[in-house]
Structure formats: C-alpha cells, structure tokens
Design a protein around this ligand. Structure first.
Ligand code: VG1
Ligand code: CO
Length: 583
C-alpha cells in the first residue's frame, strides 16, 4: 500500500473569503492563486468539530465546472493530511448538489461507513470557464448547507490562518474510473472511493415518485416533453432518469452533456438565459415554427434549480412550489400521509401562504438561501419548500432539487391525466396553473436584477431605502407622488428571522415594503455574485378576483414596478435605466 507523509505549509490570510448565500464564489483566477483554495479548505477543517474531520468520511464533487478536477485533487490531499479516513468522489468529480445531499444521507460504504459532510465544488448558476466563476461550499451531516454559525466560524478562521496540512506525495487519483484507492499515512489508513454519480440519487427518486404513472404519461403520444440541462451536471441524471428509467426519447434532452464552461452560456434556468428551451416552448421572440412540447424544464449548473414551462406558458417558481404543495398528497406517494408543513424564503410570493392557510398546514417564512430550511426539516416541521429563484424541494434531502421538481410536476400531470391518456385532450401545465389561480387567487410576481453594479452605489441605494422607512407618512406621501393608484404601505422594515428550532437570529435579510392590499416590494443585495454588487428587486401583487387573474403579469405589475424604481432612485444611484434580467 502506498504510503504518504504530511507537510505543514506556511500561509497568510486572503481578504474576502466570507461564504455568501451559498458558499464562497470567486473568479477562477482568484481561486487559482497559490494557497487560495487551500486556505479556505483548511479553515473549514479548523472550523469543524474534530470528529467531523479525524476519522471521518467526506464527499467531494460538484458540477464539473472548470478547475473542479484540480480542486478535487487538492482537497483529497488536504483531507488525507488532516486525518480524514476516506473521501468519496463521484465519477469524473460529478455530483449534482442534490445528489451530494442524497449521498450524505443515504449512501453506505462497503464497510458500513457513512459520510458526515461534503465539499461541493460549484458556483451554481454562475458561468464557468478560465475567466468565469468557481465556488466551494461545505455541507453538514444532515446533507444541508453549513448553517451561519459554521460559515461565520470558517470565515473567522480564514482571517487568522497561518498554515495548512497537505499530503504532497499522495499521487493524483484517476477520478474517471470507479475504484477504491487505499493509502497509509502517519495517522493510519486513507481511502479514496470513486463511485457512480447517479446510482444513489436515482434510487432515492424511485422511492419518492410513482415512476410507472410517469412512464405512462411520457408514453402517451399527446404528451411531449423537453429538458434542458444547460450543459450542467443535471444532464447525467436526466439521461438516467428521463430516458433510462421513464422512457422519454433521447431527442427530448437538450444540452445534457456536462461541459466545463457550460458551452459558454450562463447556466441559469430563467427566461433570459435558457434561450434554446424558451424558444422551443414557443415563448419569447425566438419562437420556433414547430408545435412546442407540452412540458419543458431546465436546470442550473449544479442541478438544484428548475424552471417549469408549459406550451407557450411560464410557471413562476413561487406558483410552482404552491402548486406542488397543493397537489403533493394526491400525486406523490412520498407525501401520501400528509405534509408536515411548508416554507418559503421571504422574497418568494405568498402563493404558498394561501395554500398553507386553506389546507391548514404549518407555514414558515425564512431568509433567502436554502440553509434556513434545514432546521425546520430536521425538526419535522416542513415537507415542501421553495424560493422564487427557481429553487424547489422537500425533506427527502436538505438541498433544493431541480430533477425532483420536474418529477413532481410530471407526477401532478400524470395524476390529473390518469383517465385522459386515451382521450381527446390532456390537462396541460397551463390548465393546472389557471385552475390553481381560480381556487387560491393569483400572485402576480416579477423580479428585476441589476447585475454587477458598483458596490458603493448599491450600498447607498440600500441605505436610502432604510432611511425612507423611518416615517410611514413621508414614505406614503413619496409613493403617492409617483403613483396615486397603489395602496398605502402598512409596514416597512428590514426582514429579521429567528430560527424557531435553534433560536439563532439573522438580521438585515432584505428591505420590505408591505402594502395594505397585500402587495409587496422587497430589495436585497445578492450574496452569490463574484464581482461588484447585484441588486434584486422583488415585486408582488395579490389578486383574488377570478375575473382578473388572467392579465399579463408585467402589465399588472407596472404601477408597482414604477414605484420600486423611482422610490429607490435606481437610475440615480446606479446609472442603470433598465435591469439586466427580468424574471
Ligand atoms: C440566490 C437566490 C437564492 C438562492 C441562492 C443560491 O442568492 O436569490 O434564493 O438560494 O442564489 O442558489 P442571492 O443571494 O444571489 O440572491 V444556487 O442554485 O446559485 O446555489
Ligand atoms: Co444551483
């Protein structure tokens, strides 16, 4: 057995290694600086309880973006040197973020070992390549992202780090081949187990959904299907599940071969970046002449996000989670005995709230970022949750799950069509959404993103909004001068969350303007960018008059959008007359 030694390397701290909404994301050029990744990995080891490092089993993999292969080898060598017992790596270092969560929770090694954590190598929906983004985040034993107490501790360690440990003489592992490599170090044995990236995840999905009913739906000639992985890691799961297990045609998969640079695109499943799918579905200017498929979906780079589309129809993510929650018990075997509760992030529309109220379910509103759902799920308080940012999931794992969301929608479609597959017409995605609005009312919703604006200007804009909140009277006067046809602001604040399980408090989670008629304006700064600042403006309006739920959403929201832009002095502070992305 090959023997390795441990080297202590001197190092000095780097500025700015603070994990954001979902891990540390920077340009590849930043990550490639000598010691940069090493410092962050060692700081993570230093921040974890000793027994989660020494003798532990860790997962290391990601969405396969540029620099992942180098990063995996570095982390393996550092894990060995820090006394980790074994590292599990998905073949080719590929594991989607939800699959990592599943592997931590479900996979049992040949010797009965279980993983207690994972380094996930991804910058998610950010572009990849030598001049684009890389990212790394740590997930815990429950399969979910490290909570703020841990990420704060990691950051504190990055500021004082003086040395890191590395097994420099450990050979590089061939991660393209499924095999176990065994070594012996000063602390004892060390193994690297390269395993199939899809098996554990596929098994979990089969235990949640009724694959037979989805097979029947996909076999129906009237039901046409299309899935776009945007060259992210979702492609390997899409091939196994949609084609291999469920019988979809191979030609229904777009961009399902993972690429280090996502084919030069922006692997973000929204109406702006998922261009090919959007055109195929008959949406947008690029509409094709062909009859669009009945159902379309896309994923982001690490496959935790999803966009759901019907024929010429867009489902907002806020509606999607509400519709899944409303239909889960009937359509998805995993939920047959009922939902424990539901939750959404603060900026997500209140469509889910209405479902929770009608179905008498526990309901929670948490800050942006999936890490806040984990405690609720661990405590048995939440079954289904979602974010407006194309994230939907359940307590089957502790990450949002793009493929799961598609399977949830296919299950609902299969359920609604179970007696219609031989008939004239199927119940469509659009029918389901319009039916939902008729029952629960509609939350018109849009998000404006101003990407890569000057960080100082963004800070000033946010300060300006906080100042406006000091007097409701003055605020309402200012709003009425912009538009006299919007309702009054009844409450204005900065969102603050007290975790009902561990009592931890998270402050400054977004600036809210809550109108008397239920409309909302929310402003936040993104915590996932790698450069400059991104301002997100969330605009929402509730309509429960069923004769008014069929309007064009941008038109219905135009008065509130005008208020948001003028009240925040967006152009004055940032120089931007239009957002980068509208969803
Ligand atoms: C964004 C989204 C947030 C999501 C996060 C990670 O964060 O708004 O809802 O949880 O990305 O998603 P921010 O701070 O940029 O608004 V992923 O798929 O990029 O890991
Ligand atoms: Co993602």
């Amino acid at each position: 057995m090959a023997v390795f030694t441990v080297t202590r390397k001197e190092t000095t701290p780097f500025d700015g290694q603070k994990p954001g909404t979902s891990g540390l994301r920077k340009k590849v050029t930043v990550f490639k600086q000598p010691h940069y990744l090493h410092n962050f990995v060692q700081s993570t080891f230093n921040a974890l309880p000793a027994d989660k490092v020494k003798g532990a089993t860790l997962v290391v993999s990601g969405d396969g973006r540029y620099f992942s292969k180098d990063a995996v080898q570095i982390i393996i060598k550092m894990a060995a040197a820090n006394g980790v017992r074994r590292v599990w790596v998905g073949q080719d270092s590929l594991l989607s973020t939800p699959a990592v969560s599943a592997v931590i929770r479900e996979r049992v090694g040949a010797d009965g070992s279980k993983a207690t954590g994972a380094f996930i190598l991804t910058a998610s929906h950010n572009p990849g390549g030598p001049h684009e983004d890389f990212g790394i985040k740590y997930n815990m034993e429950n399969g979910g992202p490290a909570p703020e107490a841990i990420t704060d501790n990691i950051y504190a360690n990055t500021k004082i780090i003086k040395e890191y440990l590395i097994a420099e003489d450990l050979p590089d592992i061939d991660i393209s081949v499924i095999s176990v490599s065994s070594f012996s170090g000063p602390g004892g044995p060390f193994d690297v187990d390269v395993f199939d990236s899809t098996t554990d995840y596929v098994k979990l999905m089969k235990s949640i959904f009724d694959f037979k009913s989805i097979q029947k739906l996909l076999a129906c000639p009237k039901f046409t299907f299309c899935y776009d992985a945007l060259h992210g890691v979702a492609g390997i799961y899409a091939k196994r599940i949609f084609v291999g297990e469920l019988g979809a045609n191979e030609s229904s998969l777009l961009n399902c071969t993972p690429k280090e640079d996502f084919g030069g695109g922006h692997p973000d499943p929204n109406l702006t970046y998922a261009k090919e799918l959007v055109a195929k579905m008959g949406l947008g200017k690029l509409s094709s002449e062909h009859e669009p498929p009945e159902f379309g979906a896309a994923a982001d780079g690490d496959a935790d996000r999803n966009m759901i589309l019907g024929k010429r129809f867009f489902v907002t993510p806020s509606d999607s989670v509400a519709i899944i929650a409303a239909n889960a018990v009937d359509a998805i075997p995993y939920f047959a005995s009922g939902l424990k509760g539901v939750a959404r992030s603060m900026p997500t529309s209140a469509a889910l709230d209405v479902v929770a109220k009608n179905l008498n379910l526990k309901f929670f509103e948490v800050p942006t970022g999936w890490k806040f759902f984990g405690n609720l799920m661990d405590a048995g308080l939440c079954s289904v949750c979602g974010e407006e940012s194309f994230g939907t999931g359940s307590d089957h794992i502790r990450e949002k799950d793009g493929i799961w969301a598609v399977l949830a929608w296919l299950s609902i479609l299969a359920f609604k069509n179970k007696d219609k597959l031989n008939g004239e017409k199927l119940v469509t995605v659009e029918d389901i959404v319009r039916g939902h609005w008729a029952t629960y009312g509609r939350h018109y919703y849009t998000r404006y993103d101003y990407e890569n604006v000057d960080a100082g200007a963004a800070k000033q804009l946010m300060e300006h909004l906080v100042n406006l909140q000091s007097s409701l009277d003055n605020l309402n006067k200012a709003i009425k001068e912009i538009r006299s046809d919007v309702s009054d602001v009844a409450q204005a604040d900065e969102f603050e969350y007290k975790d009902p399980v561990d009592g931890s408090v998270s402050k400054h989670q977004g600036i809210r303007f809550l109108f008397a008629d239920g409309s909302r304006l929310v402003f936040r700064l993104s915590g996932t960018g790698s450069e400059g600042a991104t301002i997100r403006v969330y605009i929402e309006q509730y309509e429960n008059d069923s004769t008014k739920t069929g309007r064009d959403s941008q038109e219905a929201l135009a008065p509130l959008v005008e208020v948001a832009i003028k009240l925040s002095k967006m152009e004055g502070f940032t120089g931007r007359s239009a957002p980068t992305v509208i969803t």
